[in-house]
Ligand binder design. Structure first.
Ligand SMILES: [Zn+2]
Length: 181
């Protein structure tokens, strides 16, 4: 493990796990979320991004509760389940724009799908039906995700789909140009 891969020191509460600490935080505060916000996102935007713990997407984009859907997975890649969530976001909850955000130093960069599947099979005796979704080039991955979403028949809105890369050290965002085809 490189130093960068070392996990941060776990947050602890006396005698408790991190989850106990989260629960204690929750119980100690009132009004953690605004009351009576409508469910459809006010900005009519869905953000698709990686689950990376360093990536505080609300801070990076200046978002607060009620503004946008945020759909996350390992890599921020466009999987069938992302399409499922986006189809709900657009068709049932009225969003119109998709912002795809992947990031520098992502664990899915150069990850080996076959090696991971073989590791799971060795450990469990079963091979997963899904693929890890590793990619060799960050910007190519963003471009292919944007192209898939622009052509995705289950989505209702294809005109405002844009792709970005964010630096998880500092949080600067840059757009990946994906010309309309
Ligand atoms: Zn990542």
């Amino acid at each position: 493990m490189s130093p960068e891969q070392q996990p941060a020191a776990p947050s602890t509460v006396e005698g408790g796990s991190p989850i106990d600490r989260y629960l204690a935080h929750n119980q100690a505060h009132e009004d953690l979320l605004p009351r009576d916000l409508p469910s459809p996102p006010a900005d009519r935007v869905a953000v698709v991004t990686c689950m990376d713990a360093r990536l505080d997407v609300y801070r990076v984009l200046g978002l607060s509760s009620g503004q946008a859907h945020v759909i996350r997975n390992a890599g921020g890649i466009v999987t069938d389940d992302v399409v499922r969530s986006l189809s709900v976001s657009q068709r049932l909850l009225g969003t119109r724009s998709v912002m795809l955000v992947q990031h520098e130093r992502c664990g899915m960069l150069a990850a080996d799908d076959d090696a991971f599947a073989e590791q799971l099979e060795r450990d469990t005796g079963r091979r997963p039906s899904w693929r890890l979704g590793g990619f060799a080039d960050l910007e190519d991955s963003v471009r292919s995700g944007v192209r898939r979403l622009r052509a995705e028949p289950f989505l209702a809105q294809h005109d405002d789909v844009r792709g970005f890369v964010v630096d998880v050290s500092g949080g600067r965002l840059r757009e990946v140009d994906v010309p309309a085809e």
